[in-house]
Structure formats: structure tokens, C-alpha cells
Write a protein that binds this ligand. Structure first.
Ligand code: NDP
Length: 680
């Protein structure tokens, strides 16, 4: 008998069978939950006492590297996950979203961490601002690990992706996680956690698994902890109103069911490629994962005169979808996750059908393919039509399966209004070929949606689709969708960090943020900073260059080289009449001349200059002015080793170019790749 186990305080818990969990395909028991209750006091003590200190001994970059290694490990063993996932009724394509989508999210966060986070546990969120006239007092923000535990309560539909998309940013942020998968598919999440534990890549206690209920877990949480939730709006409401969470202001992020819509704009005709794209998108969202996607299109809004055309095209496409055991050749849609879901969806469809026409559904001779499927949790693709959409139940009743309701509209403003009746959605699609319509619609949509797909023939060439949350784009929507935010690149990591405003002198803020702040104390470097390896450059090391007087010949020569004969540099009369009252040097000449002042020309550890940021030309440089540059190591970003490349890191250098009066002429940060000593 396969008894699932929780992973608590470094050991697997569970030996006695409790609730049986059935295969969605044929109803056979796949696993049992365990009967033993979990000691959440012990679990949290382990997370706080063992995992947290271990995580805080590492920094963002270390954890990004661990995530990458973990992603590679899971990828290597992915077939074990596919095998288990099949019991949940998923086709190979559905499992791909869960398994490789989840692993891809780990890779994405490893990359985001590697590129955008420092080799410390203090993330500076600049730019700093002057709070006094003479730059002795500045303010900025830092984000630091919350020193708490993240509790993730997940939905049944994507047991791996749902776990990893929350684990990745919380782990990067240095939070131990307690993951509670939905019971119905907890055997899939358990298989994944077993692999993670086996990998040895995650510190002891940094990921604990809860099979079954949460007991007194929420009562035991403390101020630095965080709770995230994906599932139904009703459970979200119960949990977010938990007294202990409210009393201690414990952040609660909810991603709940949402009644997403897709709108076929009135400019599209059945002859346009956009019409076919729209049909494909709606059909795909109905059938992928048997419609059990929080992003699935539940409301399909079409111009009234195209209702029959859309209904006909959708019915034709859906009629071709073979439903059954995904192991059988040709099957394109699997089962719902459980018999309970099947009953729930049937009940919701019945409710919707009271005031809708059923254009396609079970009565049309639905017969899933495969052995034993009569005991499975299959559901026929179901197309409903609400001829009076303003009063349709489809704006508030969600059938979490392969179900959509067609809603005809008379004019575009009505369509935009109908979209808002879902009271907040994760995602919406607008299919149009007219940019002006998109420009008109999206601001209205955006107030009610977490994400918008504007679909036309050009985007379709590369579109990732209506239903795919992407690691670098925000996932989560307002109102009914839960009001939360997940993913969105670095934003997700910041949700698990605590932001604090810091005020003080530039020298103090340099020390606190680990980044040199202009005006702070510098260390004059005897050795040219460009002659130092990555490890030997310290933030604040600085070089004040020799000076250079800019003459007319410089301007003429630079104009000749670049072909830039702008009047401000070459037309004495026009320049005199301009705001500057005289000819001035090209800004790009000032940049080039500054580089000439501060570079160290001989070959050395600086491998490349790959860009500059935050460039501002402040005071113009006139003929006869004398400029000087100060180059100061501002920040260091370690880089993981890459095949075929010398070991290296990125150094951001603060550059201030001043004139003979000490006025700031140009200000920017240059980014260089610098070799490590070990690479020699
Ligand atoms: P639920 O809200 O019932 O469950 C979601 C998660 O919360 C599960 O892990 C569940 O655990 C847990 N949970 C439920 N009650 C409590 C509680 N009192 N304390 C702590 N944890 C709790 O949603 P379902 O998974 O049953 O799905 C129902 C509906 O949710 C779907 O029909 C759909 O409408 C929506 N949904 C939305 C998703 C989204 O991504 N936005 C995804 C999936 C579903 P357990 O399983 O053990 O009960």
C-alpha cells in the first residue's frame, strides 16, 4: 500500500493509512494519506531553529545557484514525476505544464537571482534621495529576509508548478517553506518533494511537506511569517480572516478562482486570421488540463452577429477532441482530478444551464476512451450560450472544468462592461486587429485584470497563450481573483522580504546597503582599480583622475569622427542664442573623454565594458572648461561559473565628471566584467 508521508523536521512522517486517493482515470486507489497528526510546533521550531540560520548563512547568489542545481536535478529525474502525474488525469501536455513549467520556473528564478540580486542578504532598492541641501543626509530602502517561515497552501490542479512557483522566490528570499498541497493530488507533490530531499541541495528544514490538514499551524504563526494560498475564493476568505493572521499582520497572498473572459472584438470577421486564432485559444483553454486552470476562459464574449459562426467553429473544433485515458493513442483531453471535482463541475454546469442553452455537452454521446474509464473523473467539453449575458450566472458561478459560456454583445462598450462583471480576473484576452481598439479597451480591462493578452495575427506567431502565467510577468488578479500577486520576476522575491526605509549619511548608507552612495567616504586606491581582480576590488575604492581642458579642436574632431554636427556644437550664432549662450561639447565626447581619463589601457582583469546606466548630463562642458572624473567601485555582483568563460563578476562603477568649478557635468554607472584571481 502506498502511504504518503509528510516531511517534517528532517524526517518522513506517516505509516498508517487514512484517506484513499483515487486515480482520476479509473478510480483505482493510488495512495493513502497518513493518519498520524503532525506536530506543527516541532515543524516550525525546526524551520526557525535549523533551516533559517542555515539559509541566512548563505546569500542571494548562493541560493540562486542552489535553485539552478535543483532545477537541473529535477529535470534529470522528470520522468518519475510524469509517471505519478498521469494518475491525476493529466495528458503528457498537461503534465508538461506542471512538471517542466515548474522546473522552468526554478530555472527562471535562479537566473533572476543570479543577475539581479547581490552576494549578501541586503537588497538595496534605490535610487537614494537627498534629504538635505548639502548631501549629508540621504534616504533609501533596503529589503532583507523576514526571518520567518513561508506557509504555502496549494491547489490540486498544478501540484508541482504550484509548489515550485512559490518555493523558488521564497527560498531565494531566505525563507524556509512549509508546503501543504491539496489532498486530492498530494501524491504528485509528495513525489516532487522526495526528489528535492534526495537531491541534498536544499538545507535541512528549508522545505517541509504537509500531507493532510493544517491543524493548528496557522495559530502558531508569528509576525515574520507569510501565508500564500491558491484555491477557492471561499477557502481564501476563511483563511485570510484567521484571527492569528489578522492579529499579527501576517501577510496573506491569495490567488483564487476567477471567471476570466476572452473578447472577440467587433472589427474581426470570420475571414480574418484573428477569428480562427480566437476559436483555437478558447478551445485550448477549455481542454488543456481538462479546463482545470485558474486562468481558463470561462466567459467567451463575441459580437452578437457572429454568435452562430463562433458557436459552429467551436463545436466543430471541440468535437474533434478525443477524451479518455491519456495513455491511449490519440487522446487529447484527460480527466478532472477527482470524482469530487467531477460532481462539483456537473452541479455548476446544471446551475448555469438553468438560464443558458447547452450547445455542446454530455448529452451528445460522450464516451471517454480507455479501460476502466467509467470509474474515472471525465467530463465532456461543454459549451453554453447565454443570450442575455448581463444577467447570466456565468459571471459568478465557476465550473472548474472544460466549460465556457458564450456571451453575445451588441456594442464594444457593452463587452467591456460585461468583462468587469466577473468582479476581478487573473487574465483576459482581447482578440482584435485594430491597435486603436486595444488602446481603448486595455485601460478599462487593466483595472479589473491581473494580465491581458492582446491577440492578433502578429502576436500569434510567438504567443505563449492566454493561459500561461510566466515567471517574469505578474500572476494574480484583483477582486474575486484573490487580490494577490505572484511571480513577476524580482517582484515575487520582494514579497518574501521586508522593506525598510533607511536614513543617514552617505557613508552610513554605503555601509548599510553594500553599495557606494555618492558623497560617502571613499578609499583612494593606490593601485588603479582596473588593475585589480574581482575579489580585490572593495566597494568604495576610488580613483580621482588627472584633468583635461576641452578645446574647440576636440569638438571639431569629435564632430568629424561621429558625423554629429548639431548646431549646439558647430553653429556659433545659434549656440549663442540658445539657453547655453555658447557652443558646448557633445555629451558623448564628455563620456569618451572621461573614459580616456579613467581607463587603465594595459590588458588586465577588466574583461569588458558592457554598458552604462542612469546617464545624466548635468552641467554643459564649454570650450575652455577643464574636466576631471572620479571612478568609484559602487557595487559588485558575483557571477556563477560558465563553461568556456573565465571566472568573473560584474562591477558597477560610479562615475562623476566635474568641471574646474567642481560642478557635476556627467553622472552615470558603468558596468564591467572583471576576472577573478582564480581564473588566472
Ligand atoms: P480549496 O479552496 O478547497 O482548497 C485549496 C487548498 O486549501 C487545498 O490545499 C486545501 O486542502 C486547502 N484548504 C481547504 N480548506 C482549508 C482550511 N480550512 N485550512 C487550511 N487549508 C485548507 O479548493 P479546491 O482545491 O477544493 O478547489 C476548489 C475550487 O477552487 C475549484 O473548483 C476552483 O474553483 C478553485 N481553484 C482555483 C485555483 C486557482 O489557481 N486560482 C486552482 C484550483 C482550484 P485540502 O485539499 O486538503 O482540502
Amino acid at each position: 500500500m502506498n502511504i504518503l508521508q509528510s516531511y517534517i523536521a528532517g524526517r518522513w512522517v506517516g505509516a498508517r493509512a487514512a484517506r484513499p486517493l483515487a486515480s482520476a482515470i479509473n478510480g483505482r486507489v493510488v495512495a493513502h494519506t497518513h493518519e498520524e497528526t503532525i506536530d506543527f510546533g516541532e515543524s516550525l521550531a525546526h524551520a526557525r531553529g535549523t533551516a533559517l540560520p542555515a539559509l541566512l548563512r548563505t546569500h542571494f547568489q548562493d541560493r540562486a545557484r542552489a535553485l539552478k542545481a535543483l532545477a537541473a536535478y529535477l529535470l534529470e529525474h522528470k520522468e518519475r514525476l510524469y509517471a505519478v502525474s498521469a494518475h491525476s488525469g493529466a495528458t503528457r501536455a498537461d503534465s508538461w505544464i506542471d512538471v517542466e513549467g515548474g522546473i522552468g520556473t526554478l530555472f527562471a528564478y535562479a537566473s533572476i537571482g543570479g543577475k539581479d540580486l547581490p552576494s549578501s542578504n541586503v537588497l538595496h532598492e534605490g535610487p537614494p534621495m537627498r534629504l538635505g541641501a548639502d548631501n549629508h543626509f540621504i534616504g533609501s530602502h533596503v529589503l532583507v529576509p523576514r526571518r520567518g517561515v513561508a506557509v504555502h497552501i496549494n491547489a490540486f490542479n498544478f501540484p508541482i508548478w504550484g509548489m515550485l512557483e512559490k518555493f523558488a522566490p521564497s527560498f531565494l528570499a531566505g525563507m524556509p517553506c512549509l508546503v501543504k498541497p491539496a489532498t486530492a493530488t498530494s501524491y504528485v507533490a509528495e513525489a516532487c518533494v522526495r526528489l528535492i530531499v534526495e537531491s541534498g541541495l536544499v538545507p535541512d528544514g528549508a522545505l517541509q511537506l504537509v500531507i493532510g490538514g493544517t491543524g493548528d499551524l496557522l495559530d502558531r504563526l508569528q509576525e515574520p511569517d507569510v501565508v500564500t494560498f491558491t484555491g477557492s475564493a471561499d477557502t481564501a476568505l476563511t483563511l485570510k480572516a484567521h484571527t492569528n493572521l489578522l492579529r499579527r499582520s501576517i501577510p496573506f497572498n491569495a490567488e483564487a478562482d476567477s471567471l476570466n473572459c476572452a473578447i472577440l472584438a467587433p472589427d474581426v470577421t470570420p475571414e480574418d486570421p484573428e477569428f480562427e486564432l480566437f476559436i483555437k485559444e478558447v478551445a485550448r483553454e477549455m481542454t488543456a488540463k481538462a479546463g482545470q486552470k485558474c486562468t481558463a476562459i470561462r466567459r467567451t464574449l463575441v459580437p452578437r452577429h457572429l454568435t452562430d459562426a463562433v458557436a459552429g467553429a467551436l463545436k466543430a473544433r471541440l468535437a474533434k477532441v478525443v477524451v479518455g485515458d491519456p495513455a491511449v493513442d490519440g487522446v487529447r483531453m484527460g480527466a478532472l482530478a477527482s470524482k469530487a471535482q467531477q460532481a462539483d463541475v456537473a452541479q455548476r454546469v446544471a446551475q448555469l444551464a438553468e438560464r443558458c442553452e447547452v450547445l455542446l455537452g454530455e448529452r451528445d454521446g460522450f464516451a471517454p476512451r480507455g479501460e476502466g474509464v467509467a470509474d474515472g473523473a471525465f467530463f465532456a467539453p461543454t459549451l453554453l450560450l447565454a443570450r442575455e449575458p448581463a444577467t447570466s450566472d456565468a459571471h459568478h458561478v465557476e465550473a472548474f472544468g472544460p466549460v465556457t459560456t458564450l456571451m453575445p454583445y451588441d456594442d464594444f462598450d457593452e463587452a467591456l462592461h460585461l468583462a468587469t462583471l466577473g468582479r476581478g480576473s487573473l487574465v483576459g484576452t482581447l482578440c482584435t486587429k485594430t491597435p486603436a481598439l486595444a488602446a481603448r479597451a486595455v485601460p478599462t480591462f487593466a483595472a479589473w485584470h491581473g494580465r491581458m493578452l492582446v491577440l492578433d495575427r502578429e502576436a500569434a506567431l510567438e504567443s505563449t497563450g492566454h493561459g500561461s502565467p510566466l515567471p517574469r510577468l505578474k500572476h494574480g488578479g484583483p477582486g474575486r481573483a484573490g487580490g494577490g500577486e505572484e511571480l513577476g520576476g524580482l517582484r515575487a522575491v520582494k514579497h518574501y522580504l521586508q522593506r525598510c526605509a533607511v536614513q543617514g549619511s552617505p557613508t552610513m548608507l554605503s555601509a548599510v546597503t553594500g553599495e557606494y552612495q555618492r558623497g560617502g567616504a571613499v578609499t583612494e586606491s593606490e593601485v588603479h582599480p582596473f588593475r585589480r581582480h574581482f575579489e580585490d576590488v572593495e566597494v568604495g575604492m576610488s580613483l580621482l583622475t588627472h584633468r583635461r581642458t576641452v578645446g574647440e579642436a576636440d569638438i571639431v574632431a569629435f564632430g568629424g569622427l561621429s558625423g554629429d554636427y548639431f548646431y549646439m556644437h558647430f553653429d556659433e550664432v545659434a549656440a549663442r542664442e540658445s539657453a547655453f549662450g555658447q557652443r558646448i561639447a557633445h555629451g558623448y565626447f564628455v563620456l569618451s573623454a572621461a573614459a580616456g581619463l579613467f581607463v587603465s589601457p594595459a590588458p588586465g582583469p577588466v574583461l569588458a565594458n558592457y554598458g552604462l546606466e542612469n546617464l545624466r548630463f548635468v552641467t554643459p562642458v564649454a570650450i575652455g572648461d577643464t574636466i576631471q572624473a572620479r571612478l568609484t567601485a559602487k557595487r559588485k555582483i558575483d557571477r556563477p561559473p560558465r563553461d568556456g568563460q573565465p571566472l568573473q563578476g560584474v562591477i558597477g562603477w560610479d562615475v562623476a565628471v566635474t568641471n574646474q568649478r567642481g560642478e557635476l557635468c556627467a553622472s552615470y554607472e558603468i558596468l564591467t566584467l572583471v576576472a577573478k584571481r582564480a581564473s588566472d
